[in-house]
Design a protein around this ligand. Structure first.
Ligand code: NDP
Length: 246
C-alpha cells in the first residue's frame, strides 16, 4: 500500500462480516486504521473477515438495533484506545414486499436494523467526539432512499431517513469539527443483491451507464476517502455511487 490514508485512526464499522461492510473493514485496515466491526450472527463470515485482515481487526457480535449495547461497545472502544475517529454505520437488511402485503413485523424490523441502529451508534459516539473535538460519521444510505423503489417502501424509508439524519448531525456537530456524510450506492454485487429475480436484475443493469454492477471495493474506496483528511471540508453530503444510474 503506497499511501496509508487512515494511519492511527480508531474506527468502528457495523455489519462488517460480509459484503460492503467486509470491504470497508479490509480497506480501512489496509489504510492503517485500527478496526473493530460488529455483525448480527454469522460467526463463520466474521471469522473469515478477521482472517482476511491477518487477525489484526476485532469482531463483536452485536445487534445494531440494541441501544444499550451500542453505548457499551463504543464506551469500551474509547476506554481501550483513548479515542474514536470514525463510525461507519453500514449494518442493513431488506424485507421486501409490496405495500399492501407488507406486515407490521417487516416494517418494524427494517426500522430497527437500518435506521435506529444509525441513531444508536451516532449518539453513543457523539459524546466522545465532542470531547475530542473531532470525528467522522459515514452512513450507508442507498439510491433507493433518494428515488424510492416499488416493493421496498420500508427499506427506502430508512435509507431516506438516514439522509435527513446525516444532514442534521452534520449541522449540529460541525462546529466541533465532526463531519457526517451518507453514501448512496446503486446496484452493488453482494449477498443482498445476488438473489434478485433475473428479470429484475436485467432491469437494473439496463439502466446503468457503465453497464455493470458496482463492487464492494469501489464503495470502500469512497468510504476511505470520506474518512481521510482528504475529505476534511466535506460534510452533510450524500455521495451517490451508482455507475450512472438513469
Ligand atoms: P449484506 O447483506 O451483504 O451484509 C449485511 C451485513 O450487515 C452483515 O455483516 C450482517 O451481519 C450485518 N447486519 C445485518 N443486520 C444487522 C444487525 N441488526 N446488527 C448488526 N449487524 C447486522 O449487505 P450489503 O453489504 O449488501 O449492504 C451493506 C449496506 O449497504 C446496507 O446498509 C445496505 O442497505 C447498503 N446498500 C447495499 C446495496 C447493494 O447493492 N448491496 C445498495 C445500496 C445500499 P451477519 O453476517 O452476521 O448477518
Amino acid at each position: 500500500m503506497a499511501t496509508r490514508l487512515l494511519a492511527n485512526q480508531i474506527v468502528l464499522i457495523t455489519g462488517g462480516s460480509r459484503g460492503i461492510g467486509r470491504a470497508f473493514v479490509q480497506a480501512f485496515h489496509a489504510h492503517g486504521a485500527t478496526v473493530t466491526f460488529t455483525y448480527a450472527g454469522n460467526h463463520a463470515k466474521a471469522e473469515e473477515t478477521v482472517a482476511l485482515c491477518g487477525g489484526e481487526v476485532k469482531a463483536i457480535q452485536a445487534d445494531a438495533a440494541d441501544f444499550g449495547l451500542a453505548q457499551q461497545i463504543v464506551d469500551q472502544l474509547v476506554a481501550t484506545h483513548g479515542r474514536l475517529d470514525c463510525i461507519v454505520n453500514n449494518a442493513g437488511i431488506t424485507r421486501d414486499n409490496l405495500l399492501l402485503r407488507m406486515t407490521e413485523a417487516q416494517w418494524d424490523e427494517i426500522m430497527d436494523a437500518n435506521l435506529k441502529s444509525v441513531f444508536n451508534y451516532t449518539k453513543a459516539a457523539a459524546k466522545h467526539m465532542l470531547k475530542q473535538r473531532g470525528g467522522c460519521f459515514i452512513n450507508l444510505s442507498s439510491v433507493v432512499g433518494v428515488n424510492g423503489n416499488a416493493g421496498q417502501s420500508n427499506y427506502a424509508a430508512t435509507k431516506a431517513g438516514i439522509i435527513g439524519f446525516t444532514q442534521s448531525v452534520a449541522k449540529e456537530l460541525g462546529s466541533r469539527g465532526i463531519r457526517a456524510n451518507a453514501i448512496a450506492p446503486g446496484f452493488i454485487a453482494t449477498e443482498m443483491t445476488e438473489n434478485l429475480p433475473e428479470a429484475e436484475l436485467a432491469r437494473w443493469l439496463q439502466g446503468i451507464s457503465l453497464g455493470r454492477p458496482g463492487t464492494a471495493q469501489e464503495v470502500a474506496d469512497l468510504a476511505v476517502f470520506l474518512a481521510s483528511p482528504m475529505a476534511s471540508y466535506i460534510t452533510g453530503q450524500t455521495l451517490v455511487i451508482d455507475g450512472g444510474m438513469q
